[in-house]
Design a protein around this ligand. Structure first.
Ligand code: 13P
Length: 344
């Protein structure tokens, strides 16, 4: 794929009012989600669940792309259509998680480094052949007493730089995801400091690895207090702090920014995104959108409970969250709209 096409794909990911559905949970992670609704983690249940998500009629109205897992990109809808084809036919870009997970970082207790660079070029080439248009790699930064270490920041930034370069060479738009975890007691101020440090290191690594920023998308966490911190920042404070740090660290050439939800409740994740777009309307160099996993899927999972009879209700729940987040991309979301939709 030419560079121009990659830039066009990156822009399509952040088209106005649209964002990404992250459905790339590894087999281990989806087990946790299924355990919450008492559904067995079998290949058929995983297939049926993804079939429900991708088959929701009208999904493309607010969803530009879906991130798949290696197993999922090889699976088919109940009627035999490969998922990649189903998505593409509906105007949704298929994406693929290409990292192989966050592993213990040697000599840095409790810290992780994301692996998956071995054979990455070859794997990307296979995914491109299968129809993937973009990729994702998630790095994890933990905040704690002596954490993060500069070792952890440097190792993860380096891996993100190498990954992004390999993707662009193979013809995939890299979604660059450095997640500062919300686990812990840290303050919002500490999260802000660590996020700024992390993003500076990431963009230095992308430059060093010759990554073309116009052909890339950033997927950051928001600047929020640790979930066990006594003082939780309000919606406007989160929006202000997050945008301040992004403006300091993310070059204007980046095609767009899509947030992860990271364990925030679905409505809070939507409210934060909306506040940023409302407060900074027309004053930012990049579109701000979403690439939510849990915050898009949680209500659908709960409605589904593994029963075929609940598929329509689960799809309605997904479409509702997609619509609310689509509005948040435009700064047009309100709690009233949530209530109206629930009452309807
Ligand atoms: P969450 O929105 O649940 O954090 O998932 C997004 C994602 O893709 C994490 O890598």
């Amino acid at each position: 794929m030419s560079g121009h096409d990659l830039a066009a794909t990156a822009q399509a990911i952040v088209a106005p009012g649209k964002g990404i559905l992250a459905a790339d949970e590894s087999t281990g992670t989806i087990e946790k989600r299924f355990a919450g609704i008492k559904v067995g983690n079998t290949e058929e249940n995983r297939r049926a669940y993804r079939d429900l998500l991708f088959g929701a009629k009208g999904l493309a109205q607010h969803i530009s792309g879906v991130i798949l897992y290696d197993e999922t990109i090889r699976q088919k809808s109940a009627n035999g259509t490969p998922f990649v084809e189903l998505l593409a036919r509906n105007g949704i870009l298929p994406g693929i998680k290409v990292d192989t997970g966050a592993k213990d970082l040697a000599l840095c207790p409790d810290e992780k480094v994301t692996e998956g660079l071995d054979n990455l070029g070859k794997r990307c080439a296979e995914y491109v052949k299968m129809g993937a248009k973009f990729a994702k790699w998630r790095a994890v930064i933990t905040i704690g007493a002596e954490m993060p270490s500069s070792t952890c920041i440097a190792a993860n930034a380096h891996a993100l730089g190498r990954y992004a370069a390999i993707c662009q060479a193979a013809g995939l738009v890299p979604i660059v995801e450095p997640e500062v975890l919300m686990d812990g007691e840290h303050t919002v101020e500490r999260c802000e400091e660590v996020t700024e440090w992390t993003l500076n290191a990431v963009y230095e690594a992308l430059y060093l690895n010759r990554v073309t920023l116009e052909r890339s998308v950033l997927k950051p966490s928001m600047v929020i207090a640790g979930k066990n911190c006594a003082r939780q920042a309000g919606v406007e404070e989160v929006a202000e702090r997050t945008v301040r740090i992004l403006k300091r660290t993310v070059p204007a050439a980046v095609a767009g920014i899509v947030f992860l939800s990271g364990g925030q409740s679905d409505e809070v994740a939507t409210a934060h995104l909306n506040a940023m777009n409302q407060m900074f309307k027309d004053r930012l160099p990049w579109p701000l959108s979403f690439s939510y996993g849990r915050a898009l899927q949680q209500p659908a999972l709960k409605a589904w409970k593994g029963a075929a009879a609940n598929v329509a209700a689960a799809q309605a729940a997904l479409l509702h969250r997609a619509r609310m987040n689509g509005l948040a991309c435009l700064g047009r979301y309100s709690v009233d709209q949530e209530k109206q939709a629930l009452a309807a």
